[in-house]
Write a protein that binds this ligand. Structure first.
Ligand SMILES: O=C1O[C@H]([C@@H](O)CO)C(O)=C1O
Length: 559
């Protein structure tokens, strides 16, 4: 075996194109004529180099490499206004970064709502040569989950930022590897469906991605969710799954009949093909946490011992009811880190604890999401450059709040619903240990509190636990400091809290936000920065806009 660093060079062009993700022709944001974009496959320690050219006619673009920590390359994180200037039409930007750890990742647009427009794809990192995964499998499948609207993202963005706000509603279809079915169902013939039976030859862009398996083998199914809105549950007829990986980190294996997956998360499950091999089985994905108006996504587990076009004997497995939160919490609480050299043990103490209250608010008649009563509105100049070069006029210099008033009633709609906007930064001590308590609350409407999956850029965190109601000092003893999962995305349940801990050891500026795209668009995020003075050699192209761009034109040097 050799220890040579692999180098993966990809030339990509992003463009809108006609596509039919669910049987209805539409316009998607594709890469090199593909939707979803090409899968990147590398080994741990390799360098990935994507030379991205923007072929959109009138929009900028960036791509975020979700789950890749960008150690030493914070300008390659692909967050508009945070890590870089947008790539203008006709321009090319070089994303060059190390994939330092094996796992299931993905990439997606991180400017406006371009992820919802279809700008996403899979990024799979295998173990380094000579290394082994801590589990065995004979074959592998990659499922990238998303949701799809017929209305364009431009239309959606205008609706969300209008007065009164027009909500995007539920998706028209759920997609597996960019494929779904609108207005028909592959399982209509069992009865109890108002939809007609789909007529699919298999060559359609919207034909399901079928998993072809041999009997008595073990398969690794990698599942990642880049949905704009939907929380999902995946179940496979007659088969159990063993969950072994989450967000690029190994788990203590556990068996399950169905798997919850929130936007921004990834899992690997092992499936043993030990059922009647003369039959096929449904794979079904249902909506969680919001009253569904979208039929389940369906595809087929095909035993090669029978024809792939033969439909399963029994109807698709029924995923848990959308509001069965007890089921979701039980699943989340089963997730524990594997004792493995690749996963650091949690720091036993913290230096700073930031409590982030999540509320839906009004601001002068507009609807916003706010964190401690501040709704994020990103600045014109990317923070990475403005903080590195000390340009204080580029964003709010007031420190964002560390918490919220103790008397705030999380069970009621906000009393003072008039929120504020801001773009201040949480400056974290370099190498300090930071605790974040994400506190959920009631939305503007009585008796409603929603699910929000929070995603942290540039780091993994230890997910120390979940609880009900308002987090109090006495909840500290409930935190798991023994084997918390090490992840980059964590959900907050309705009216509950979620506790995280991470070490601020990655020089750069990092987004931390709700991964529901319309929610981020409405301000549901914060910005962390640490060790920015240690960032050297920022490529010019990353900061040639706003006040950092002007700095260049006066001939100053960078880095
Ligand atoms: O941000 C949101 O707005 C709607 C609703 O609260 C108002 O229409 C919804 O379900 C969200 O998640």
């Amino acid at each position: 075996t050799s220890n040579k660093t692999g180098h993966h060079f990809h030339k990509w062009e992003v463009a809108y194109m006609y596509w039919s993700p669910d049987g209805v022709e539409n316009v998607v944001m594709g890469i090199n004529g593909q939707f979803p974009g090409p899968t990147i496959r590398a080994r741990a320690g390799d360098i990935v180099h994507v030379q991205l050219t923007n072929k959109l006619h009138t929009e900028g673009v960036v791509i975020h490499w979700h789950g890749i920590r960008q150690k030493g390359t914070p300008w390659a994180d692909g967050t508009a206004s945070i890590s870089q200037c947008v790539i203008n039409p006709g321009e090319t930007f070089d994303y060059r970064f190390t994939v330092d750890r094996a796992g299931t990742y993905f990439y997606h647009g991180h400017y406006g709502m371009q992820r919802s427009a279809g700008l996403y794809g899979a990024l799979i990192v295998d173990v380094a040569e000579g290394e082994k995964e801590p589990f065995h499998y004979d074959g592998e499948f990659d499922l990238l989950l998303s949701d799809w609207w017929h209305q364009s993202v431009h239309h959606q963005e205008v609706g969300l930022s209008s007065k009164p706000m027009r909500w995007i509603g539920e998706p028209q279809a759920l997609l597996v590897n960019g494929r779904g079915q609108y207005g028909c169902s592959m399982a209509a013939h069992y009865g109890n469906s108002s939809l007609s039976q789909c007529n699919i030859t298999g060559n359609e862009q919207w034909a399901p991605y079928i998993l072809h398996v041999d009997p008595n083998k073990t398969y690794r199914i990698r599942i990642a969710s880049t949905t704009a809105l939907a929380s999902l549950n995946l179940a496979i007829g007659n088969h159990k799954m063993t969950v072994v990986e989450a967000d690029g980190n190994y788990l203590q294996p556990f068996e399950t009949n169905d798997l919850d997956i929130y936007s921004g998360e990834s899992y690997s499950v092992l499936l043993t093909t030990n059922q009647d091999s003369s039959q096929n089985y449904w794979i079904s994905l249902g909506v969680r946490g919001r009253e569904p108006q979208t039929p389940p996504a369906l595809t087929i587990l095909n035993y090669r011992t029978t024809s792939a076009s033969r439909l399963p004997l029994s109807p698709p497995p029924v995923t848990p009811r959308w509001d069965d939160y007890a089921h979701s919490k039980a699943f989340s609480n089963k997730i524990k880190a594997l004792d493995h050299k690749s996963i650091p043990k949690p720091s036993p103490t913290y230096h700073r604890r930031i409590v982030l209250l999540n509320t839906q608010n009004k601001m002068n008649g507009y609807t916003k999401w706010s964190i401690n009563n501040v709704s994020l509105s990103l600045p014109a100049t990317p923070y990475l450059g403005s903080i590195r070069f000390g340009l204080q006029n580029a964003f709010d210099q007031t420190k964002p709040p560390e918490g919220f008033p103790g008397h705030y009633d999380i069970m009621k709609p906000p009393v003072n619903s008039n929120t504020t906007t801001g773009n201040g930064v949480y400056m974290l001590g370099y190498y300090s240990t930071v605790d974040v308590i994400l506190q959920n609350a009631n939305v503007l409407k009585e008796n409603v509190s929603e699910i929000h999956p929070w995603h942290l850029h540039g780091h993994d965190f230890w997910l120390l636990g979940y609880g009900e109601g308002k987090f109090t000092k006495s909840d500290e003893k409930k935190l798991n400091l023994k084997n918390p999962p090490y992840r980059n995305t964590a959900v907050i349940f309705p009216y509950g809290w979620t506790a995280l801990r991470f070490v601020a050891d990655n020089p750069g500026v990092w987004a931390f936000h709700c991964h529901i795209e319309p929610h981020l668009h409405m301000g549901m995020g914060v910005v962390f920065a640490e060790g920015v003075q240690h960032v050297a050699k920022i490529p010019k192209e990353a900061v040639s806009c706003g006040v950092t761009g002007k700095k260049f034109m006066t001939g100053s040097h960078l880095g």
